[in-house]
Write a protein that binds this ligand. Structure first.
Ligand code: NAD
Length: 321
């Protein structure tokens, strides 16, 4: 199989590329990535010399570059996106162009090239908040942030490709991921690297916002399963069911690093901050997926990885705070 992975130099994409090369000997991978502030070739250093891996620097907003990249591919997984909610509130432009237009250009290039399996990677944030229970795939989309709205726009485009062109695109909607190689602007790496740096942990508002935390290794396996065995044109929610508040996460990290709980501080909440996300995962479970990592084990491994890989995260913090 010739597989193209957009956004493969980012957090989930690089974990996915590494896993595919390690476990799928018959797959050749092309990583297509613009290397924005969030993309990092250091995240792919251990596969840089793999003869089955090719890196192409390119932007999903460049139709010609995307068309060249997907030409001859059997499958495409579209991870590339602007992914940080706070940045989407400060400057939505890149979220619109990359997450909506860029996704549309990837779908169109795949359709023209006749790519057999196309998987668009979305998020549980497209459903908006839910107080009790969990959203199923057919539920309405009601995104709150510019980030979530831009991802929802691409989900609807994917749906339109199925209906209009009979070109069925797979879609995943995943809960918050955590693990190695996640940019230190995101909650868990931010808290861990702040403590390693001797800084406080800034918790938004009362810290009672609930997210379902999925270990990136489990998410990567889920994506491979959907890509290879999912029903084309179908949406799959992915989530491990580890509901934790931001404050729970802060306390767990403080305890793991044997730090002072007074390091936890409360800062002004994010505008429009959703209180709880939750997704029903019956469909992906029916396909045979189960999370293999417990939250506690995966968090301990993640903390250990950041402790051992300061050379990876230090330059990213120095640049983007
Ligand atoms: P990330 O920010 O770590 O990586 C994004 C990657 O996309 C980077 O390598 C970046 O260089 C690349 N990119 C950005 N704009 C591009 C462009 N215009 N052209 C080409 N490449 C571009 O993101 P992530 O956390 O790995 O998320 C990957 C995907 O999963 C995204 O689509 C995101 O919406 C989705 N998602 C992430 C999470 C999570 O918890 N991290 C949860 C649900 C869904």
């Amino acid at each position: 199989m010739r597989l193209v992975v957009t956004g493969g130099a980012g957090f989930i994409g690089s974990n996915f590329v590494r896993w595919v090369l390690r476990t799928q000997p018959d797959v050749a991978v092309t990583t297509f990535d613009a290397l924005t502030y969030a993309g990092n070739l250091a995240s792919l250093a251990d596969v840089a010399d793999d003869p089955r891996h090719t890196f192409v620097q390119g932007d999903v907003r460049d139709a010609a570059a995307v068309a060249r990249a997907v030409d001859g591919a059997d499958a495409v997984v579209h991870f590339a996106a602007e992914s940080h909610v706070d940045r989407s509130i400060d400057a939505p432009d890149a979220f619109l162009s990359t997450n909506v237009t860029g996704a549309g250009l990837v779908f169109e290039a795949c359709r023209r090239a006749g790519v057999e399996r196309v998987l668009h990677v979305s998020t549980d944030e497209v459903y908006g908040p839910i107080t009790t229970g969990a959203f199923a795939e057919a539920d309405r989309l009601q995104p709150s942030s510019p980030y979530a709205a831009s991802k929802a726009g691409a989900d609807l485009l994917a749906q339109a490709y199925t209906t209009t062109y009979d070109f069925p695109i797979l879609v995943t909607r995943t809960t918050n991921n955590f693990g190695a190689y996640q940019h230190p602007e995101k909650l868990i790496p931010r808290f861990v690297t702040n403590l390693l740096n001797g800084e406080d942990l800034p918790v938004y508002g009362d810290g009672a916002q609930i997210r379902d935390w999925t270990a990136v290794d489990d998410n990567v396996r889920a994506h491979w399963l959907v890509l290879t065995e999912g029903e084309p044109g179908t949406v799959y929610n992915i989530g491990a069911g580890n509901e934790r508040t931001s404050l729970d996460i802060a306390h767990a990290i403080v305890a793991a690093l044997d730090a002072d709980p007074d390091r936890i501080t409360h800062v002004t909440d994010r505008p429009g901050h959703d209180r709880r996300y939750a997704v029903d995962t019956a469909r992906i479970r029916a396909l045979g997926w189960r999370p293999e990592r417990t939250f506690d084990d995966a968090l301990a491994d993640t903390i250990a990885w950041y402790r051992d890989n300061e050379a990876w995260w230090r330059p990213l913090r120095d640049v983007s705070g």
